[in-house]
Design a protein around this ligand. Structure first.
Ligand code: SF4
Length: 441
């Protein structure tokens, strides 16, 4: 449980020796409570106090890492029930179940299609995270398909094996990929031994929360501490109940048995139901969502949802303010003005590109707010816009002596003309109107 500054102070030597860099032990305690300093700064902590402080400093939901290199994914380390309380930290990994009954050619084709599931949206790269290979047949088949997957993708790997010899050989092959072990045999003790040996993370499954809680303790005692909880197969509403209770127990009751990332298998033959279930658990509170489908419409919508959920609500996605030439601009090119909220900028950008008319976009620093929000908050005012016009040398580059403002803030045009010394043209309200607007200008 997180300790308050005063709780921490009670554990300190209270000598005010200043060796930690703070004038008093109390000042140091306050910074420790905010996690702004490390306990190592105080050399006089008793071993007992150190243990209590280290324990209290652990995140309520353990941080687990899977995969390596560019495909490394951090899971867990969440601290809040609701996104608006602070933010959700580590985006849910999206993975695809592949059965070992596929032929070499089928595996290569499927993995190739999954590799292509990468998109760019509002300046960020969105991509998928792992492949879960599920054993349905023999060890030989499983290993053959695993080899094909390892040679065809850099994505993370989950090993859904049904027997220990297969798991051991699979771990030998994939240990460098930092795989997730998802044992289907029910022999969790044998599985835990292998996970401990190969330093792999392990999925803990159970039909009830009691069963999961009991099992995490048992597996911890076998030396495996990187766990992922699986709430099993049950109706969606029961899964939602369980995953919410797990989050509550970890965050509100400081119950360490439930302080791990959670995996949801949303696999469904009906792709619409699968997408709906995956969307539910990306929103609340899965750290891994497994799917069987990999159609672009399904994945792009899930990745977009994930991007929105995991954006810090206090820090909107924003781009660097500035004057951006889109296409081969010259002095006869027009200049559209918008804010530096990523979604506003990239929406305008998309429409300018669609128009095929080289045009400048002036992105005004509104601290990442959209046009109307920034206008209401007085961050998109005639003085701020004219400041940007001067700062980014619009008049030197745009010799038409005019700028275009969004239709929703037509009210700014008079004052802006006066302050910027430029003609102000009121553009369309919606970005979709930009191509025809530019053509008719
Ligand atoms: Fe107090 Fe430790 Fe800092 Fe000294 S080093 S002031 S004992 S917290």
């Amino acid at each position: 449980m997180a300790l308050s500054g005063l709780d921490i102070y009670k554990l300190l030597p209270k000598t005010n020796c200043r060796e930690c860099g703070f004038v008093t032990c109390l000042a140091f305690a306050m910074q420790l409570a905010k996690k702004a300093v490390s306990i190592e700064k105080c050399p006089y902590l008793s071993p007992e106090s150190k243990e209590v402080l280290e324990e209290s400093g652990q995140p309520p939901i353990k941080l687990i890492s899977l995969g390596t290199g560019e495909k490394k994914m951090d899971l867990g380390n969440e601290t809040v029930m609701f996104r608006h309380e602070e933010k959700f930290r580590n985006p849910a990994a999206i993975g695809f179940i592949i059965d070992d009954s596929l032929t070499d050619e089928e595996t290569g084709k499927k993995v190739g299609e999954i590799n292509k599931l990468a998109f760019e949206r509002v300046g960020q790269k969105l991509d998928v995270n792992l492949i879960a290979l599920r054993q349905n047949s023999t060890k030989e088949n499983f290993i053959k398909v695993l080899k094909k997957i390892l040679s065809s993708t850099d994505l993370g790997i989950a090993l859904m094996t049904k027997d220990t010899p297969t798991l051991e050989e699979a771990l030998l092959l994939s240990k460098d990929r930092k795989p997730l072990v998802y044992d289907l045999s029910g022999k969790h003790q044998e599985c835990a031994k292998l996970c401990s040996k190969f330093q792999a993370s392990m999925v803990v499954s159970g039909d009830s929360l009691e069963a999961i809680g009991k099992l995490t303790k048992e597996i911890n005692s076998l030396g495996v501490t990187e766990l992922v909880l699986d709430i099993g197969k049950k109706p969606l509403k029961d899964k939602l109940w369980d995953i919410t209770q797990i989050r509550r127990m970890a965050l509100k009751k400081s119950n360490r048995s439930f302080g791990y990332p959670v995996l949801v298998n949303a696999e469904n033959v009906d792709p619409y139901k699968e997408a709906a279930e995956a969307a539910t658990f990306i929103s609340k509170y899965a750290s891994i969502v497994l799917l069987s489908g990999h159609k672009t419409w399904e994945i792009l919508s899930l990745l977009t949802l994930r991007q929105n959920i995991y954006t810090d609500p206090q820090k909107p996605l924003q781009i660097e303010p500035g004057l951006y030439p889109i296409g081969e601009c010259n002095e006869k090119s027009d200049c559209l003005i918008t804010t530096n909220f990523s979604l506003s900028y990239y929406t305008v950008l998309g429409e300018v590109e669609a128009s095929k008319i080289p045009t400048y976009i002036l992105s005004v620093d509104t601290e990442g707010m959209s046009v109307l929000t920034a206008w209401a908050a007085e961050k998109f005012t005639p003085s701020k816009i004219s400041e940007s016009i001067n700062k980014f040398g619009v008049k030197d580059k745009v010799r038409l002596n005019r700028v275009i403002i969004p239709g929703y803030v037509a009210v700014l045009s008079g004052d802006l003309e006066e302050q910027a010394g430029l003609k102000v043209v009121v553009g369309p309200k919606e970005a979709a109107g930009i191509p025809s607007f530019l053509k008719n200008l």
